[in-house]
Design a protein around this ligand. Sequence first.
Ligand code: ZN
Length: 255
Amino acid sequence: MNCKICEHTATHYFSVKIMNKYPGEYFICPTCKFLFAGNPSWLQEAYKNPINLVDTGLVDRNINFHKILSLIIYLLFDKNGKFLDYAGGYGIFTRLMRDTGFDFYWFDLYCENLLSRGSEYNMSSKEKVEALTAFEVFEHLENPMPEIEKMLTYSSNIFFSTELLPFPVPEPENFWYYGFDHGQHISFYSPDTLSFIARKFELKYYNLGNLHLFSAQKFSLSYLKALKKGAKFLYPFVKLNMNSRTFEDHLKLKK
Ligand SMILES: [Zn+2]
């Protein structure tokens, strides 16, 4: 089995039962330290419910990330530009960012947009956006490289979240993020994996812990980290200086 990221030969790492019935074979790449499910035959069943039911962190994570992204975009990007939340789930993040005042759009192939209706992105337009966000998406990707390449056609700034694979690589029972009970997590990235991906697409990789950024632009990593840390306190400043789109969206939907 070849690594789905760097194409070097990967080695079998462990066998587990997925959703208590499907045999899952996981491989690790000694070169880029990517751990992945070899042949995830269970995905159709795993996605009967696109948002897995044990994801209790969903709301809290979106609130935190919207404060962090608001601050970073406000200070470092074109705050009046368009943004895209890729695989945006129920639309929580898009709604929060629009409420703050950013022109965010939603896209998801598998999930219904419940909270940011009217802000669906016209993907076929191929129109570029200032930045793309993909929270808790990368670990779901069966073939990450073509998927990331597709995301890059919309923007060369990709903010994403995924839990990094710890080292030494945990045994199957010792890492909650494996998610063998729901079967949706099939790709696990180490910092080496993400650095490899960035190099492959001629981007820079910024590791902010559980938040990551691929970008063609040069930033100070310590400044990005400080903004992430300070977002909880500095977010109200951004909110005060932006014009919320909440009411404008309400009027648009009523038409
Ligand atoms: Zn590899």
